[in-house]
Design a protein around this ligand. Structure first.
Ligand code: UDP
Length: 457
């Protein structure tokens, strides 16, 4: 797919992007950074030192990366979202303020003054800083349109008694967010986590804070495209869809090394035959569920490429079932991290068994691959509804009475998915729409040009 069609000349825009330090945020920020740079803007991306150290593709071309402390000690657990988030908010603003001052004071020495701050919706403090310095402000919302609609709807949900002030569900009524969007059940609220009340609370506070960040934003950039229905085109007057965001071969801030050998393995598989199974950067399976997934892939009997991150199971470092690796040696390939965009675009792919993270969803849509959905947490349940009910480009796996997705369920749904001509056709239509939006003169290409024009100094 072509990159956004944008002029390559330089202009005097200097964008400071501030990303939340998680793979599903750093990756789209990196992709956006490369696009802005291709439009001629100078780009500086801020992340935390601990995440910067984990980025394996350190060479970012014209994009400068600046890393600042996250306030935690090296031995602290950065998977503890509560701890990390509280520390970031305490520490990062101080460093980013210093950075802005330093860049802007060095203007005479050749540093281009920052003309716009683009902040993650979870880093609203960065827009407060921009406001203080009189710099233009944009929020980048990395999730789905419906998730933004839900966020904007929180005050009404509280008023209608659907949720408490702390986000806990009071009434199990389905909610219509906007006539353009599918109804949402409270189980799909992205902060919903009844098993972990303290995590639920902090997630709710974070989601709620996005509304203040929206208020502070001159523009809201988002990773979707016009024509993606349901969309959020009418949610806010200043929404700018610039997606689907793809790396197109540029570095995308991977925390794990891509195993490129799987591409030559894919080359050896028949067209339309391979199941690609990947669950993003944070999903974790119980050992029992991990085994059932492995045995399900084996039972299907088709070639499969399975991304097994080192921390994918909570068992003993991804122990495969007895005899599994030997019995799938001819049909299966396991890697720690895949070059996902290239894999999804490969002609050997049949379908994508996915956790429905928004980045992965946009990548799968862009490549026209049918989805088999296995959402794990947060906004993934809502994304699953978009995939299965709105766009009709996939099917969802169901849990049994013990909360397990069995090997038999996996086999049954793969067969059902692959025998559906309707789903394949819809997936190809989506691919065409996605490609059109980022091709020369496409809606997202034009939006990006518009944005860069607005932020020139
Ligand atoms: N990804 C990748 N290789 C893999 C698995 C995932 O490059 O083997 C990338 C994927 O392309 C996507 C990101 O990791 O851009 C995951 O983001 P997403 O929002 O889908 O899920 P999250 O990790 O936030 O749950």
């Amino acid at each position: 797919m072509d990159l956004f069609s944008v002029s390559n000349g330089s202009n005097n825009a200097h964008v400071l992007l501030v990303s939340y330090p998680a793979q599903g945020h750093v990756a789209p920020f990196m992709k956006l950074s490369h696009l802005l740079s291709a439009c001629g803007a100078k780009v500086t991306l801020v992340t935390t030192q601990s995440k910067h150290a984990r980025i394996v593709d350190q060479e970012q071309g014209p994009v400068s990366i600046v890393s600042v402390p996250d306030g935690l000690e090296s031995e602290d657990d950065r998977k503890d979202v509560t701890k990390l988030s509280q520390s970031i908010i305490r520490v990062m603003p101080v460093y980013v303020e210093e950075l802005i001052k330093k860049i802007n004071q060095n203007e005479e020495q050749g540093d281009q003054k920052i003309t716009c701050v683009v902040a993650d919706s979870l880093c609203g403090w960065a827009l407060e800083l921009a406001d203080k310095f009189g710099i233009k402000r944009a929020m980048f919302f990395t999730a789905a349109p419906g998730s933004l609609a839900l966020t904007l709807h929180i005050p009404k949900l509280i008023q209608a008694g659907i949720i408490n002030l702390d986000g806990a569900v009071r009434k199990n009524d389905n909610v219509e967010l906007s006539p353009n969007l599918p109804t949402l059940s409270p189980a799909e609220f992205m902060w919903n986590n009844p098993g972990h009340p303290s995590l639920q609370k902090i997630m709710f506070e974070y989601v709620k804070s996005v509304n203040q960040t929206v208020e502070l934003s001159d523009w809201v950039l988002c990773n979707w495209f016009q024509g993606l229905d349901p969309s959020a085109d009418h949610l806010l007057p200043n929404i700018i869809p610039v997606g689907p965001l793809l790396a197109n071969g540029k570095p995308s801030g991977n925390f794990w090394s891509e195993d490129l050998t799987c591409l030559s393995w894919l080359d050896r598989q028949p067209p339309g035959s391979v199941i690609y199974a990947a669950f993003g950067s944070t999903s974790v399976f119980s050992q029992h569920q991990f085994n059932e997934l492995a045995l399900g892939l084996e039972l299907v009997g088709r070639p499969f490429l399975w991304v097994v991150r080192p921390d994918l199971s909570n068992g003993n470092s991804n122990d495969y079932p007895n005899g599994f690796t030997q019995s799938v040696a001819n049909i299966g390939r396991m890697v720690q991290w895949a070059p996902q965009e290239k894999v999804l675009a490969h002609p050997s792919l049949a379908c994508y068994l996915t956790h429905c993270g928004w980045n992965s969803t946009m990548e799968g849509l862009s490549m026209g691959v049918p989805f088999l959905c296995w959402p794990y947490c947060a906004d993934q349940f809502y994304n699953k509804s978009c995939i299965c009910e709105d766009w009709k480009v996939g099917l969802c796996l169901s849990k049994d009475e013990n909360g397990i997705i069995t090997r038999h369920e996996i086999k049954k749904k793969v067969e059902e998915l692959l025998s559906s001509d309707g789903i394949r056709k819809n997936a190809l239509n989506m691919k065409a729409l996605a490609q059109e939006s980022v091709s020369p003169g496409g809606s997202s290409s034009k939006s990006l040009e518009y944005f860069v024009n607005q932020i020139k100094g």
